[in-house]
Design a protein around this ligand. Structure first.
Ligand SMILES: Cc1cc2nc3c(=O)[nH]c(=O)nc-3n(C[C@H](O)[C@H](O)[C@H](O)COP(=O)(O)OP(=O)(O)OC[C@H]3O[C@@H](n4cnc5c(N)ncnc54)[C@H](O)[C@@H]3O)c2cc1C
Length: 381
């Protein structure tokens, strides 16, 4: 079970209530789903999960943004289903730019149905030659009468092929670097948009490539003004990045629970593994790292909910530490399971494969080091 006791200084009564309701609903409707063992069943289950999360009103913390509510949701979901967590995360990434910079019509047509679970969202920024260096993206968008015409390709896009709409970053001015990037809502049936291929992960997570070949979208599908896309994308990531840390701590919490139950029952050398002091030391390190990670995550979310417009430093620290610590915690849990830990059917094996991408996406660990160091060198308060 996820407990808010260790982070109680950062949350309010509403978050305790959300945790209780979300845990009960997830136990009933998400934890009971069979584990998707391949890409096709992962895609099918992800689509179904959008409806479940919407119907259970579990997407509500996304807008108006209650970051601590999103953190609670991602911990609860990632603990039982990293796939359900992915679905939640993409509904946030794909709707916040619309809520923040879209017209009332775009909000009604895309963002609200997505939060009700009737539409699936996606966020298409990464390109084959533009990953960490977002400003170097080359997908272009040219104004043509009352439409924009997009040309280019995107890779490693979550929900590619199953989303109903994509929030797409493209250059309206190829000479202006980051200031030339604009952001568009592109419905999945837009002429010229193609799902090129699925990219299959070892843990189910719908991912794939998109191409835009003279893809036309109405001009009013531009979010904000031309050239505001980079800023909008970064502020979306800035807010959501903290919740990546929460997904990590949700998975790590599950790994610690699994490990505790296992070492209490597994006997070797005439006693339960839990009696071995080196096993105890492993468990202690796991618990300390988990609490430290959660404190950083909830601190960053609390800062943001308290009115800080940018929480770049806090969210970088939270994402960096929580994802790295979760990898170590899950690895330790798997070690304690011995050979059974690496069987495909084992929960810790699923967590082991699910945690790895979190140290890469939404700003790799190395990039977070740079963000944190720059803040230190500028003189943080
Ligand atoms: C499961 C998954 C889901 C994803 N979903 C989405 C999505 O929905 N939408 C989307 O737009 N993108 C998505 N991505 C893409 C993700 O955002 C990129 O993988 C990430 O930004 C890194 O880009 P890259 O893979 O091109 O790596 P690169 O930019 O090539 O970097 C490779 C490695 O080099 C190192 N590195 C890079 N730059 C520096 C530097 N300046 N200093 C030191 N080291 C550095 C880091 O270790 C990094 O991991 C997803 C990726 C994964 C794995």
């Amino acid at each position: 079970m996820i407990s808010l006791h260790p982070v109680r200084a950062f949350v309010e009564d509403a978050h305790h209530a959300l945790l209780e309701r979300a845990s009960a609903r997830c136990d009933a409707r998400v934890a009971t789903l069979p584990r998707a063992m391949d890409d096709a069943s992962g895609r099918e289950q992800a689509r179904a999960l959008v409806g479940v999360l919407g119907a259970e009103r579990l997407l509500e913390p996304i807008f108006p943004l209650d970051l601590r509510g999103c953190v609670v949701m991602r911990e609860v979901l990632a603990r039982v289903s990293p796939l359900a967590d992915e679905v939640f995360a993409l509904q946030a990434l794909g709707t916040l730019p619309i809520f923040w910079r879209g017209s009332a019509a775009l909000i009604e047509r895309y963002a609200r149905p997505a939060l009700a679970g009737a539409m699936m969202a996606a966020f298409a920024m990464t390109e084959p030659e533009a990953g960490s260096d977002v400003a170097s993206l080359t997908t272009s968008a040219r104004r043509d009468g009352d439409t924009y015409v997009l040309h280019g390709s995107k890779t490693l896009i979550s929900n590619a092929g199953i989303a109903d709409f994509y929030v797409v970053f493209a250059k309206t001015d190829a000479t202006a670097g980051a200031r030339g990037i604009s952001c568009f809502v592109v419905p999945s049936d837009a002429p010229g948009l193609h799902f090129t291929r699925a990219q299959v992960l070892s843990a189910p997570h719908p991912l794939g490539e998109l191409s835009f070949a003279e893809c036309r979208v109405p001009a009013d599908h531009l979010l904000g003004a031309e050239g505001e896309g980079f800023k909008l994308g970064m502020s979306t990531l800035d807010a959501v990045r903290t919740t990546v840390g929460a997904a990590a701590t949700g998975m790590a919490s599950r790994a610690l629970e699994e490990a505790l139950a296992h070492v209490a029952s597994r006997k070797q050398f005439g006693a339960a593994l839990a009696e071995q002091q080196l096993v105890q030391s492993r468990l202690a390190i796991m618990a300390v790292e988990l609490d430290a990670a959660r404190l950083l995550v909830y601190r960053a979310a609390h800062e943001r909910d308290s009115g800080a417009e940018r929480v770049t430093l806090e969210s970088a620290m939270a994402k960096l530490f929580a994802t790295e610590a979760a990898q170590r915690i899950i690895d330790s849990a798997l070690q304690l399971f011995g050979g059974r830990g690496v069987l495909a059917e084992s929960v810790v094996d699923g967590l082991y494969r699910s945690i790895r991408p979190l140290r890469i996406y939404e700003g790799a660990t190395d990039v977070q080091y740079i963000v944190i160091a720059r803040a230190l060198l500028r003189g943080r308060d």
